[in-house]
Design a protein around this ligand. Structure first.
Ligand code: FES
Length: 64
C-alpha cells in the first residue's frame, strides 16, 4: 500500500493516515470519519474509503 496516496482529496487524507488511525484502535467507519473528517466535503470518496478500511483491516489481521 502506498501510504502517501490520497484517499480523500478534499481533506488531504492519505492511506497512511487512515491506516494509522485503524492501528490506534479505531475500527468503525463512522469513528474514523469523525476523527479524520474525510468524506465531509464532496463526499465522493466515502464509498471508496469504506472498501479501503475493510482492506486495511484485513491486511492487519493477516499480519503476524
Ligand atoms: S474527496 Fe473526500 S470529501 Fe471530497
Amino acid at each position: 500500500m502506498d501510504r502517501k496516496k490520497e484517499a480523500c482529496h478534499c481533506k488531504n487524507i492519505t492511506y497512511g493516515m487512515i491506516e494509522d488511525a485503524i492501528k490506534s484502535g479505531i475500527t468503525s467507519f463512522d469513528e474514523l470519519q469523525e476523527k479524520l473528517r474525510f468524506g465531509t466535503s464532496c463526499g465522493q470518496c466515502r464509498e471508496f474509503i469504506q472498501y479501503l478500511v475493510r482492506d486495511i483491516k484485513e491486511e492487519l489481521e493477516k499480519a503476524p
